[in-house]
Design a binder for this molecule. Sequence first.
Ligand code: ARG
Length: 564
Amino acid sequence: MMRKNIEEYLRSAISDAQIIEITIPEHAQFGHFSTNVALRLAKARGKSPMEVAEDIAEKLRSATPEGFFEKIEAVSPGFVNIWLTAEAIQASFKEIYETGENWGRPMHEAAERLKTVVVDYSAPNIAKPMGVGHLRSTVIGQALYNIFKFNGWNAIGDNHLGDWGKQFGVLIAAYKEDGMPEEVTIDYLMKLYVGFSGRMKEDPTLGEVARKEVKKLQDGDEENLAIWRKFYDVSLAEFDRMYALLNVSFDHVQGESFYNEQLPGIVEEALTKGIAKESEGAIVIPIEGYEAPMIIRKSDGAYLYPTTDLATLRHRVSDLNADRIVYVVGNEQSLHFEQLFKAAKKLEIVDDQTLVHVKFGLMLGEDMKKFSTRAGKTVSLFDLLQEAILRARKVVDEKQPDMSEEERQQIAEAVGLGAVKYNDLSQNRQSDIAFNWDRMLSFEGNSGPYLQYAYARLKSILRKGEKVAAFNVDMLKDESELQVILRLQEFPEVIEGITKNYFPHHLSDYLYVLAKDVNTMYQAVQILKADEAERNARLALIAAAAQTLKTGLELLGLKTLEQM
Ligand code: ARG
């Protein structure tokens, strides 16, 4: 990678720097690459930043092989700006072009050990409609999963459903009371739950009924298990409808119930190891720095969310051989995961594995207030996605009245659903984000439709141009062309970076800049009307840019269209 090469040259010119940051400026007038390392070193060297920058520039000029750097400049207040020769940039394009759809994958040897990452995402709760928080987890989690896979990891996607717990006592009791109708939906289950638990507050005997039902369920009572299974199946069928629309899939769907039998063992182990203790009848794990301990068994004997998560962690480390476990869950569960990771370490459930809570903010309405319908009800996600498709369809109908009905619908689905995903993935996940239809579906600015359209436009140019046979990279001389090559060079680094910082918006930012660079290029140079030698080289560059756009959009979960 170019940036790596430059870093090596810089290292040999500077012996006293720890970190050498190299950026790619937005405009080539500030260099193809730029570093602020002189500003960092000035104090220690007892010189002015400009003096240090001059010194670095001078060393760099004499230390590097001929033909690599075009120009090296020290610029006030102490930047070193670097331009590469056209030849060096052109030479790097060959590899990109030849790597084709694998461009962006890591370049290291295939023999390197495959590492395993478990991505815990989506994880809605049975018998409840999926919320917008779960939509965020699903979209962000799937993108991270795709990126890890592409980067050469053995990625395991696990949907840790909330499918166990005392709410099922309430549900089973209410369902029996209602005469156990055949037809069950999530909405119906919600009504049962709200109705029964509301009455429970006034009538304590109902609470007793619910507790008995959950006890029976946990003890393996066949009737209750069958009812639970029915609720599970109905819920999963509804979730699957969403997953199908979103093109999301998992390697495992192992919800909380999967770990039920291991919970007593976890508590016992924690007690034996002296890590947990009794407190007012409950079993808790105290954790340094936190006032409230982590409760793993309540005084009534019930196990909790953290207990299940400890068992889940053990399974992932011991049975799935995870090197890394990534939890894509909202900001509001920060405390839970901080405590969980510490407790798991104390219990020696994890050793040197990396555990990460990939947190995200709320999805809010257009006005940055709580996300709800006009009537104040919670939004059905399925309806929301349908609406996205409908709105996109309107735009497509206007733009492409001559296309067939089927084609228009296909585009509308790709654009509508893509817009919803891109809206989520193009913003820093830790912030609260707004759900703004107009911005999401706009064909301008940093949006899903803009990038899908940019891709389709490149494909249309490629269709019109003759098939690129041999081409000569020396033909790519314009600054705008060199800029596109440099941008493509950056792609593997962006991917690699996301496996470390879990920020999918770095990829969307990158794709947006790439699309703009290509745009600049075809305003600056002729493509189809150029002479054959130039046309061939430019078409090759366009093909490589289109390929990287496609790879990137697909990693984010967006479909690309050849025409739109
Ligand atoms: N079902 C949980 C919820 O809706 C999310 C589970 C996340 N994963 C985990 N291993 N705790 O809040």
